[in-house]
Design a protein around this ligand. Structure first.
Ligand SMILES: [Zn+2]
Length: 554
């Protein structure tokens, strides 16, 4: 309890005086909610007084004219999305409608090795092409930054509705130092990569991410990652990994990730835990057991999971890694050469040991184009359907589409088992994350509905309907737990002194409405969202305010 207690012992007159001062003291009072504070502790009825962007009082506040009646609602900390890619689109969508409308107040960005910085000016074009499938055509990025600090200053100048906590991507650093070279880094190159990571960490980055299915990240051997991540032993920060394989070799990939955590002595986050492909369903349980025993050995490991049975990524990820050696333009040249094209087709159709080949594990009919600006007519269609339309084999359709779009297209992959999903969501080691790009209904295309619905869907299905988790435990998985894992301080709890990142939801109504067919739909049952004490959503509508901050790790 805060200020109110000061006045409590002062007798009746003192108390009344205190009431007047208190009402003057708050900018906003959220009155009469049931507070789920994020810690997992039992919820309780109460009011929250907000002053200067922070939570000034949790308890009972006398009535006044700054009250907002939220009785019958749950008042929770703003949701902390520990795994997403909002940094790619926040310059196009600074109001972050798709995120704030589902209650997200802080996004950990730069995941899957795909951060926007640091950039080596000599290799800007390689980096730009690497990230192009995820970028927005509405915005002139300029590509005039070098360091993480410079890039996030650009976002700050443009404004952001939500807070952003940056990670540094291994793939991005590797491009800056080695381009799309498929080799082992020299001592000098290793030194340069470590320097770049150290500088970003000193600038306030929260850790290192990797995306070991995406070239050039996939070219890195385990030793390279251990040496690089070792920088965090001195600087702090955590390692988040989109592992090398989430299908046939899920367990081996998890072992690689855990070994890194053990050798470097740093916290590890397994990104979007899943087992892709029917033949691999059930492996999530084995992965969770392995993580549990790692925790018993002292490895600080957690995972995140999105509550859907499909993933989404760049269409180029269907190609074997060698097809991308040298960069996207080299890949396109290979696809234009009939002999090279035949070689790549054989690899896609037959597979390569160790390479996660979704065409083999899912089939062409489970791979659906989501966003493709150059060919809007294929959005929402599977490669199987497209091949029928174009009267060619699915593999030829894939290659032609890549050539026509210059590799700028994304896809949905339907391949996650319901039981695996439920096991991952329920496990105490998991947080819920969106793995999404920031968007707004004007964004068009058919992006993954997780971009609009992750958190309401999780609360609706796994808390209210299935009862797999209590409200207290469910809210903890999307607030205090990810904040603690990422090292984000003074957020993720409804607690006096913390920043006033808050969400007001109707527990009977909270639900996602976005679907794969109609993804640009806001959820329901979420009335107010505050970031740093300002409304970004009020009465269920985005306000257009941009009170978000670029967070720095302390
Ligand atoms: Zn990923």
């Amino acid at each position: 309890m805060g200020d109110l207690t000061v006045f409590r012992g002062a007798g009746k007159m003192g108390f009344l005086w205190g009431v007047i001062v208190l009402q003057e003291c708050f900018d906003i009072v959220l009155r009469g909610a049931r507070i789920v504070d994020g810690t997992g502790n039992p919820s309780f009825p109460g009011d929250v007084g907000i002053r200067d962007g922070r939570i000034a009082l949790v308890g009972h506040v006398p009535q006044g004219d700054r009250d907002l009646d939220v009785s019958g609602m749950l008042l929770c900390p703003g949701f902390v999305d520990i795994h997403n890619h909002a940094d790619h689109g926040i310059l196009a969508f600074p109001d972050a409608e798709s995120h704030v409308m589902q209650g997200v107040t802080t996004s950990v960005v730069g995941n899957c090795g795909l951060s926007m910085a640091p950039i080596n000016p000599r290799r800007t074009e390689l980096a730009r092409r690497y990230l192009a499938p995820f970028l927005r055509s509405e915005v002139e990025y300029g590509w005039d930054w070098k360091t993480s600090a410079e890039f996030f200053q650009k976002i700050k100048n443009n404004g952001t509705a939500m807070n952003l906590a940056p990670l540094v991507g291994h793939g991005t650093i590797r491009i800056a130092v080695m381009g799309f070279d498929d080799g082992v880094p020299s001592v000098e190159e290793m030194g340069l990569m470590k320097e770049m990571l150290a500088q970003s960490l000193e600038e306030g980055a929260f850790g290192l991410s990797s995306g070991l299915i995406y070239p050039p990240g996939s070219y890195a051997r385990a030793e390279e990652l251990v040496e690089l991540a070792g920088v965090m032993k001195d600087h702090g920060g955590f390692y988040a990994s989109h592992m090398r394989n989430e299908g046939d070799r899920l367990i081996e990939s998890l072992e690689e990730t855990l070994a890194l955590g053990e050798r470097c002595g740093i916290p590890v986050q397994v990104s979007h835990l899943k087992a892709v492909g029917r033949a691999n369903w059930g492996k999530v349980n084995e992965a969770l057991r392995l993580m549990e025993s790692a925790r018993q050995r002292g490895i600080d490991v957690n995972c995140d999971v999105y509550p859907y049975q499909a993933g989404m990524t760049t269409l180029t990820a269907l190609l074997p890694p060698a097809a991308l050696e040298g960069g996207v333009e080299r890949m396109l040249a290979r696809l234009s050469d009939s002999a090279e094209r035949g070689r790549i087709e054989a690899q896609v159709e037959k597979g390569i040991p160790g390479w996660e080949n979704w065409v083999k594990s899912l089939g062409w009919e489970k791979i659906v184009i989501s966003e493709c600006e150059a060919r809007k007519d294929v959005e929402g269609r599977s490669l199987e359907e497209i091949s029928c339309m174009w009267e060619c084999s699915p593999c030829q359709a894939l290659f032609d589409l890549l050539l026509e779009t210059r590799g700028i297209a994304t896809m949905l992959l339907f391949g996650i088992g319901e039981e695996d999903l439920r096991a991952a969501v329920k496990n105490p080691m998991s947080c819920i994350a969106s793995d999404s790009w920031v968007n707004a209904p004007r964004g068009g295309g058919k992006p993954h509905p997780r971009g609009y619905g992750t958190f309401p869907r999780f609360l609706k299905r796994f808390v209210r309907e299935n009862g797999d988790l209590s409200w207290e435990e469910g809210i903890r998985k999307i607030t205090a737990m990810p904040a603690a894992k990422a090292g984000i301080e003074e957020r993720g709890c409804v607690k006096e002194g913390f920043w006033a990142d808050l969400v007001v939801i109707d527990p009977e109504k909270i639900a996602d409405r976005a679907t794969f067919q109609d993804p640009h739909r806001y959820p329901e049952g979420l009335s107010h969202v505050l970031v740093n004490g300002e409304f970004v959503v009020k009465e269920g509508r985005p306000t257009g305010h941009r009170p978000g901050k670029i967070l720095k790790r302390r």
